[in-house]
Design a protein around this ligand. Structure first.
Ligand SMILES: Nc1ncnc2c1ncn2[C@@H]1O[C@H](COP(=O)(O)OP(=O)(O)O)[C@@H](O)[C@H]1O
Ligand SMILES: [Mg+2]
Length: 304
């Protein structure tokens, strides 16, 4: 059983990235072997071989799970291949990684359980607004939210995420322009536009003013639910309210990934929907989650 973490780029001797120290300790306490690689060498220098230089060749082919920062699919593929040369195989193939990392790839697994979604690729941050206006006609005059294939700018909710009326072209353009400007060269592939559904209120984010809603993050490992966690740190989650997990466990069965997160939310009208999926290797563990317990369950469902 192996977990791969990013190393601490500010230390010469090998140590884990400080943001993942708690996970590393918990993984070890649960019997996992841990390995380190250099995220900087992989992503900035594009040198996967150097990035994985500290990992010794294994005599037998072993499974390994990454826990760390998000990787672009091509970076994940480089890491995947570099690890294979050492006889370590990441739990998700590059295709399985992309299945949950890119919303357009996830959509086919969750259609009907998640807000209606369209997307278009964007090159060199040049948005074809004629195409945008044409495509969003499908939403009529509903409110929308904007993100790229991976992330939103949710902390700029009113200016770069939320569009109150799909037919308001000036607002559509200004929100997309602001969003693309903020993403800059980090824009992932293109634009995703989704129907906005009123979610149940939790509180207002103390720093950004973003409305926080009744959302939960689920993790599935090899088809097993590891846990259902309150998504936000702030706000009062009712102890009596239990999301209908059987529905989501059923949907999870058809998702082509061995380790993924599923963010769910309760709508104002009382329905439960999926907001997005994420690859489990790069999805953050909400702060409140007991790391020891998480890795204890991960050990049970890890498989051979
Ligand atoms: N279609 C939607 N309808 C209503 N609220 C949404 C919708 N999509 C996202 N949100 C809200 O915006 C937040 C950020 O959206 P999300 O797709 O999770 O982006 P990110 O990848 O940046 O986390 C969500 O946590 C949720 O509160
Ligand atoms: Mg999210």
């Amino acid at each position: 059983m192996n977990i791969l973490f990013c190393d601490n780029p500010f230390e010469n001797k090998a140590s884990v990235d400080i943001d993942y120290e708690d996970e590393s300790v918990s993984a070890k306490q649960n019997g996992f072997a841990t390995q380190l690689f250099s995220y900087e060498s992989l992503t900035k220098d594009k040198d996967a071989e150097f990035a994985t230089r500290r990992i010794k060749h294994s005599d037998t082919l072993q499974k390994i799970v990454y826990r760390g920062w998000m990787l672009k699919p091509n970076q994940y593929t480089s890491l995947y291949n570099a690890l294979l040369t050492k006889n370590y195989k990441l739990i998700n193939s590059p295709t399985e990684y992309q299945n949950c990392h890119y919303l357009p790839d996830s959509y086919k697994f969750i259609t009907g359980h998640t807000p209606k979604t369209i997307w278009l690729t964007v090159e060199n941050q040049q948005v074809d607004y004629d195409k945008v206006f044409n495509d969003i006609a499908t939403f009529g005059n509903s409110p929308l939210i904007v993100k790229d294939f991976v992330k939103s700018q949710k902390h700029y909710w009113d200016t770069a995420c939320f569009i109150p009326l799909a037919t308001d072209k000036d607002k559509v353009k200004s929100v997309i322009e602001k969003f693309v400007g903020l993403q800059n060269s980090d824009l992932n592939e293109g634009l995703v536009v989704r129907e906005f559904i009123e979610l149940n209120d939790l509180t207002i984010h103390s720093k950004s003013g973003m409305p926080l809603k009744q959302e939960y993050r689920l993790f599935f490992l090899n088809g097993q639910l590891l846990g259902c966690y309150d998504y936000w740190e702030e706000g009062e989650y009712s102890a009596d309210e239990h999301p209908p997990l059987d529905i989501f466990k059923n949907i999870a069965k058809n998702i082509e990934s061995n380790f993924f997160s599923m963010d769910i939310a309760k709508t104002k009208s009382g329905e439960w929907i999926i907001i997005e999926l994420g690859d489990g290797q790069v999805a953050g563990l909400p702060d409140k989650v007991d790391r020891l317990q998480f890795y204890n369950l991960a050990r049970q469902y890890y498989g051979s």
